[in-house]
Design a binder for this molecule. Structure first.
Ligand code: FES
Length: 176
């Protein structure tokens, strides 16, 4: 297996955090509403489109599904996958599953958190990186693994991570 693959890639937001509108939320709801258990597909659909679930979408979802706002909030907060704030420029997933932990994943995780100055489900102060845990990226043979955007990076070390992070922030600067 090579060092990297695109296995288990998260959908890339196709719209953007500043593009949300009540109509967009209604359209996403309409495309899932007739399904049994429509709440989760709707929440996934919104996050796939926008990268997060805006607070202002909660009453729209609640009305459409005839549920209370508290019930919608309850589902969003139960699943750590769902975000209620926009992500940073890059989403970094760190594998916390067994094979990666056995290959130095804990030490790598500590290094990543202290380098970024954040914990899981948080975004760095410069708004560049959002850190998320993941439980197996399907790249166990090259553990420990992390994923940035759609790309999985295997055999990660603290030094490799420092280079990866430096490359991310450099490319962001070039784009700006
Ligand atoms: S356990 Fe980390 S990639 Fe499978």
């Amino acid at each position: 297996m090579s060092d990297s693959s695109t296995a288990n890639a998260d959908p890339v937001p196709t719209t953007g955090a500043d593009q949300w509108s009540p109509q967009l939320i209604k359209d996403i709801i309409a495309s899932h509403q007739s399904r049994p258990g429509a709440m989760l597909p709707i929440l996934h659909g919104i996050q796939d489109q926008l990268g997060y679930i805006p607070e202002a979408s909660v009453p729209i979802i609640a009305d459409a599904l005839r549920q209370t706002r508290a019930e919608v909030h309850g589902i969003i907060s139960f699943y750590h996958h769902f975000r209620t704030r926009p992500t940073g420029t890059h989403v970094l997933h760190v594998c916390r599953a067994e094979a990666c932990q056995a290959m130095g994943g804990r030490q790598l995780e500590s290094h990543i958190k202290s380098s970024l100055g954040i914990d899981y489900h948080q975004t760095s102060r410069d708004n560049e990186v959002t850190l998320e845990p993941v439980y197996c990226l399907g790249n166990c043979a090259c553990a420990p693994s992390v994923q940035v955007g759609e790309r999985v990076h295997g055999r990660m070390t603290t030094a490799k991570f420092d280079r990866l992070l430096s490359g991310l922030t450099t490319s962001t600067l070039e784009l700006k």
